[in-house]
Design a protein around this ligand. Structure first.
Ligand SMILES: Nc1ncnc2c1ncn2[C@@H]1O[C@H](COP(=O)(O)OP(=O)(O)OP(=O)(O)O)[C@@H](O)[C@H]1O
Ligand SMILES: [Mg+2]
Length: 274
């Protein structure tokens, strides 16, 4: 249900960039809802995630926790990279079980991981459109691809990135911006970022943050993982804290302070600091 304070479902600048450059904006109506119900993931003896229930709403929703607390496991389950041992993921109230990247994209989800997933021998342009075409039809004519790729990159990169350069020969930060452009091109209603800005310097991050804030404000869900508390405080509409695979608490924007976050993440350590 919508409340007055909730972001409106509208067009982000990224939507406009894609539309103005002949790209395809997916037809999705209303605001998106995503929920996990009692998600549990075991790796042998390790309980990576334990009965985790989170209600994601449009906006930037951060998952915070110490190393090994289950953040990536949660995102991998949402992305269909791993399958949960128990529990369910509900997208607009229907259970989903994506089994491949294509399933995931068809559902409107895109994930960017900390590890830079680039095809090193292909061009920047090919990397941005990697996996974009369906087997049956090419969705954007070839001539329109370069202007669209340039427009997307210009939104998130301070420097031009040459479209016909071999991607693997560019600096790591440029490669991650290419991967982010690949995710944005699909205009996912749910964008999952697992430390996706770690390879970027401060100035690069600022542009990307500006883009994702605008994207989330248009009614999309951005699920964000970062270790940097100042980023988390600046960006998050909501923060869910995990500890040892369990959901400790979800805080709303007005309740987010560094002290509270630290205390929820590691109560013992916070006692020593305070
Ligand atoms: N493929 C795997 N096999 C065995 N154990 C795993 C596997 N993946 C994760 N784990 C374990 O599950 C727990 C949660 O890991 P996860 O990667 O989700 O944590 P995280 O919160 O993302 O940590 P980090 O901040 O270090 O990225 C950890 O104890 C980890 O060692
Ligand atoms: Mg992780």
């Amino acid at each position: 249900m919508k409340t007055a304070s909730e972001p409106m479902s509208g067009q982000s600048r990224l939507h406009r960039i894609v539309a103005e450059n002949g790209g395809i904006a997916p037809a999705r109506s209303g605001s998106v809802r995503l929920k996990t119900n009692g998600l549990t993931k075991r790796y042998g003896e390790t309980l990576a995630l334990s009965n985790a229930s989170v209600d994601f709403r449009p906006g930037i929703h951060t998952i915070l926790g110490e190393n090994g607390s289950g953040k990536s496991t949660m995102l991998k389950i949402l992305s269909g990279v791993v399958t949960q041992t128990e529990g369910a993921v509900l997208l607009n109230d229907s259970a989903i079980a994506p089994r491949s990247p294509r399933d995931m994209h068809d559902l409107g989800l895109s994930t960017v991981f900390q590890e830079v997933l680039i095809a090193p021998h292909r061009s920047v342009l090919e990397n941005i459109f990697l996996g974009y075409d369906s087997p049956l039809k090419r969705r954007i004519p070839k001539a329109k691809r370069a202007p669209l790729a340039n427009a997307l990159l210009a939104r998130i990169s301070r420097f031009p990135i040459p479209l016909f350069a071999t991607a693997g020969e560019l600096p790591l930060a440029s490669q991650q911006l290419i991967v982010l452009a690949r995710a944005f091109l699909r205009l996912p209603s749910i964008l999952l970022l697992d430390e996706a800005t770690a390879a970027l310097d401060y100035a690069d991050r600022d542009l990307v943050f500006d883009a994702i804030e605008d994207y989330a404000a248009a009614g999309n869900i951005v699920i964000f993982i970062s270790h940097r508390l100042e980023e988390v405080r600046r960006l998050s509409n909501r923060v869910t804290v995990l500890r040892s695979g369990q959901v400790v608490e979800t805080l709303e924007r007005d309740d987010i302070t560094a002290q509270r976050l630290l205390k929820l993440m590691a109560p013992e350590a916070a006692l020593h600091v305070l």
